[in-house]
Design a protein around this ligand. Structure first.
Ligand SMILES: [Zn+2]
Length: 77
């Protein structure tokens, strides 16, 4: 468990939360009333997981746009 109290804010989003790093290297994700603490490896994996999720959402949005386009037959042949 972390005993350091030197926290540096790395990023923040008004009305959402922030990400800070402790003197011991523990990263903290604060969203709403929830704080999740993790080591650097877990943090990087989490960031990558978010990136992949966003990419999937963007792909789904593109597919949705494509399926409602005027010439869907061009995409299904
Ligand atoms: Zn710490």
């Amino acid at each position: 468990m972390c005993t350091e109290d030197k926290h540096q804010t790395l990023a923040s989003s008004a009305g959402l939360g922030s990400i800070s790093v402790c003197g011991c290297g523990t990263l903290s994700l604060h969203v709403g009333g929830v704080s999740v603490r993790m080591d650097l490896t877990a943090f990087v994996q989490t960031a990558e997981m978010f990136r992949i999720a966003v990419a999937h959402l963007e792909a789904q949005a593109r597919n949705l746009q494509a399926s409602t386009a005027k010439l869907p037959s061009m995409l299904t042949q």
